[in-house]
Design a protein. Sequence first.
Length: 382
Amino acid sequence: MDTPLAKINDRLKLAQIGVSVEQISNRLYLRATLPPKPNSPKTQPYQQRIALGIYASLEGFKRAEAEARLLGGLIACKNFQWSAYLKTPDGESLAVETVENLINRFEKYYFQTRDRNQQSETTWRIDYWRVFQKLPQADILSADNILKVVINTNPDTKTRKRTCMALSALANFAQIEINLKPYRGKYSPRLVTPRDLPSDLTIAKHFYEIESQPWRWVYGMLATYGLRNHEVFRLDFGAIARGDYIVNVGQNSKTGSRRIWPCYPEWFTEFNLQEVQMPKIDLNQANHALGHVVTVWFKRHAIPFAPYNLRHCWAIRALEFGLDISLAAQQMGHSAKIHSELYHHWISHKHHQRAFELMANKASRPQVPRVLGHQKGVEFSD
């Protein structure tokens, strides 16, 4: 079926204009081999687009064909100048915006609407920037190339959910109509297979197998307080050195400042955590970079579990010990809802048995009612 756009391009091709008209979403563009834009590192002409700033309507198609013939004439006479196409008389930009440029604009907007700190920097890089890098950087953002990135991720995964979230935000910013909700899938932390978490005895044994004293201290802090990888470098070290076993996570952590109590306060003494020793690394790195350093160290030194497993162990331990879920969530730096979704389905039979034993053997628990007699009419005590 011949569309208005196809008929226009047929006429332009027949006339050997050397310019075509393209439609992206509901806007019209010219495409031709053009010299590099001002300040471009390229030196030779190549295929580029020019945004016309007009809609794909009946009048818009007529205008686009006329603009294509005008551009073709300028190219043929070697009179083409980018200055005539980069701005409208009103100062509005008509240059085609590449994905790369759009991402740069979105980043500026992102940090204009929130504080720029370690927390927001980490969120930007992991939740947005990494997703955006999968787009064709030199192309124009469109519903098609957005959807292509989405369907190249595995369905019902955290990656798919994060990709849809980030690209929906970028599409909205670029005023591109696309609904990614049907593609988000059914991912939930509840569907994630529980990790094979080490026992507390195993955790303690590995502490003493670490030869490096600074890294032994890092390991001990992660095990005792369930910190995120980078948070071990964002603490109030002065308070720890003074013997305060309640650690203070700094404001520049992922979820801001908070206080954490150890489930095993004995580990603070046993692991000698009061003697703060830091590995020789650049502490000015972003949170994600610091976290990666810890992950790599665990792998290189054959620790048989990831550092984040120590955080999960703290969470399960807190549940076993009866710490109120809202308090545990606050100490871990997330909501009670997230805490419940992440950890309640991880509790196994052995965790229930251990919690029962702690409850049953607690000296302060209510005592079972004692029967003073069992004949008819004999009083019972509560």
